[in-house]
Design a protein. Structure first.
Length: 596
């Protein structure tokens, strides 16, 4: 679903006019193909959505600044770096000479003055090895080896007069500690490192993943410095557009005159856009607009980041395993085992947002002709998540498949929509959806529903008894009728009887947390209840109540031992009971295995 939406967005932007202009103060940059256009979204588990020119190389330019700033932090610590570089948005352009008047300290590490200072701090430690170390660190972020674009480097070095002026002013204030040319040369090289949109997106996802590359698992930056880097990206990364950016888009980001915009949503994802035409502030026109559109559509604003992402999918199973509370006989169970594979169930939990929806949607099986999404354990759903789920429903419908969301009434957005009688919200209760789908399987396979009253010969637990045995047994049974709501068995009472339901329906109840009544099962005619204690002689484990008027044949356990003519019947009953219990145990094991 995410892929479908992003590819539609890419195609929509690709058809748009772009009135931006190529950077020309670095002559080599004016020679790039202005039509280049790529988008890559990378998730914190390394999954990538790539569109267009995602493999075209371009120079990283100012998008290098967060990463060199991270290197300086890692080498010197926050306090030492703060002595040299402040963290205040300047509100000025990237090449402004924004220094504090007395100290000469650059306002922040995202403008050229601050970035040159950060590069100098690293240069002070590694001198001639500095650029190799920068390349190595940036390659760790990217998860693949990066190289220098010598043409752009030469072009920038030959025309970098303004940066030379800034660097000499920094030297004048002793912010650059020893010299100008060498660290500035490294800065020019750092800006001229070649990346692709895909590599840049992985660099951003590394920041989103607390400094660990989500694909290689390698550490590019100590996690404790990641918030420092992201916060200056959030406050200063778009220069004199940063205020509007963080207000409207809400993502820590960095732009570059090479045509890139990199946006990071901590704990979730990164988005890299490559489109060379720039606006007057030196930011990629498409980069800005696309990130804004994606952030709005998927509700990605930083200040609503959800608590947990990776564990959104609590359980994934099919109707081969999942069952409604309606107890069925072995014939029905066999049909579910054979035909339940097309009916999938996913139990979700936590916040439903872009990242959690993107994650569970990637795990939807292609075999799912029908999918039930249970959201009972979900805490919130935002607009972006709702949009994705709604489009998922449309996609299912258009491809002749069915999607149902269940147990959603606590989520306002879904509950509100359910008032519009939309098909995918028709089942408020999860069990109703499962029961509905079970009945579809039974009807599709001509399962013969036992008509009431269901005689003893057709009782599940009395299968394989002969007519004589049934007649003999019937002599020792008592026929009883219970009214709707009447309690037939009480939890904790002594267990002495089995009840064969001739007509009507009962429900099994337990009390949870001392007060909450939970329906554990619903048993229809043709089935029995109270049979478990025949094996373990334990007291009753739950209440049994009549849901409708119920007619039963009631059998005292002890007659199977006391009456000699029933000895053979007991073996058959225990065999049938064993088959039922082993079927339930097998399914319980599969249910346990279905937890992710
Ligand atoms: O120092 C410069 O001017 C360039 N190497 C980088 C400037 C840049 O990318 C500004 N960002 N939009």
């Amino acid at each position: 679903m995410v892929d479908k939406i992003l590819s539609e967005l890419y195609e929509d932007f690709r058809r748009r006019d772009n009135h931006g202009k190529l950077a020309d103060y670095i002559p080599e940059l004016s020679r790039v193909n202005r039509a280049n256009f790529g988008i890559v979204l990378t998730t914190i588990d390394g999954y990538q959505y790539s569109y267009g020119d995602s493999e075209v190389e371009f120079t990283i330019q100012s998008v290098s600044k967060p990463f060199i700033y991270g290197m300086a932090l890692q080498e010197y610590g926050v306090d030492k770096v703060l002595e040299k570089i402040s963290v205040e948005p300047s509100g000025d352009a990237f090449n402004s000479i924004s220094l504090y008047p007395e100290s000469g300290r650059p306002f922040n590490p995202m403008i050229n003055a601050g970035a040159i200072t950060a590069t100098d701090m690293v240069w002070q430690l590694y001198k001639d090895e500095t650029f190799d170390r920068i390349l190595k660190n940036f390659s760790t972020y990217a998860g693949s080896p990066l190289k220098l674009d010598t043409s752009v480097y030469n072009s920038e070095s030959e025309t970098g007069h303004r940066n030379r002026a800034i660097a000499h002013l920094l030297r004048n204030f002793n912010i650059l500690r020893s010299e100008v040319d060498a660290p500035l040369d490294v800065y020019f090289k750092q800006c001229s490192i070649k990346v692709t949109c895909r590599q840049l997106s992985i660099m951003g996802a590394t920041l989103a993943s607390h400094g660990t590359n989500p694909i290689t698992g390698k550490k590019a930056l100590k996690g404790k410095y990641v918030p420092n880097v992201l916060s200056v990206m959030a406050s200063c990364g778009m220069y004199d557009y940063s205020g509007e950016w963080i207000y409207n888009v809400g993502l820590p980001a960095k732009s570059g005159v090479g045509g890139a915009v990199l946006a990071v949503l901590p704990g979730q994802l990164s988005i890299a856009v490559y489109s060379p035409p720039l606006d007057k502030k030196g930011n990629s026109v498409f980069g800005i607009d696309l990130c804004k559109t994606i952030a709005e559509q998927f509700s990605l604003h930083l200040y609503k980041t959800p608590r947990q992402i990776k564990h959104v999918l609590r359980r994934q199973l099919t109707l081969r395993t999942a069952r409604s509370k309606f107890k069925r006989d072995l014939g029905a169970e066999n049909l579910f085992d054979r035909f339940g594979g097309d009916y999938h169930v996913m139990e979700l939990q936590g916040d439903l947002c872009f990242a959690t929806c993107e994650l569970f949607m990637r795990k939807i099986s292609d075999d799912a002709q029908t999918l039930v999404l249970n959201v009972r354990r979900c805490t919130t759903i935002d607009d972006g998540a709702f949009m994705l789920i709604y489009k998922l429903h449309e996609d299912f419908r258009q491809s002749g498949r069915c999607l149902y969301i269940t147990d959603y009434t606590h989520l306002d957005l879904l509950f509100g929509w359910s008032q519009k009688q939309v098909e995918f919200l028709r089942f408020r209760e999860h069990d109703d959806a499962l029961n509905y789908l079970e009945n579809i399987i039974l009807e599709a396979n001509d399962y013969e529903v036992k008509l009431e009253p269901v005689c003893l010969m057709d009782q599940q637990l009395l299968a394989n008894l002969t007519e004589c045995e049934i007649e003999e047994l019937k002599k020792h049974l008592v026929h009883k009728t219970y009214l709707p709501g009447e309690t037939i068995i009480r939890k904790g009472s002594a267990a002495e009887h089995i009840f064969f339901i001739e007509s009507g329906r009962v429900s099994i109840h337990d009390t949870v947390d001392g007060h909450r009544d939970v329906t554990l099962a619903v048993i229809n005619s043709g089935n029995c209840f109270g049979e478990m204690a025949l094996l373990d002689k334990q007291s009753r484990s739950a209440d049994v109540k009549a849901q409708t008027t119920v007619a039963c044949f009631v059998m005292l356990y002890e007659i199977l031992d006391r009456i000699e003519t029933l000895a053979g019947i007991k073996v058959k009953i225990l065999t049938n009971l064993g088959a039922t219990l082993s079927s339930r145990l097998r399914r319980a094991n599969k249910e346990i295995a279905s937890f992710t």
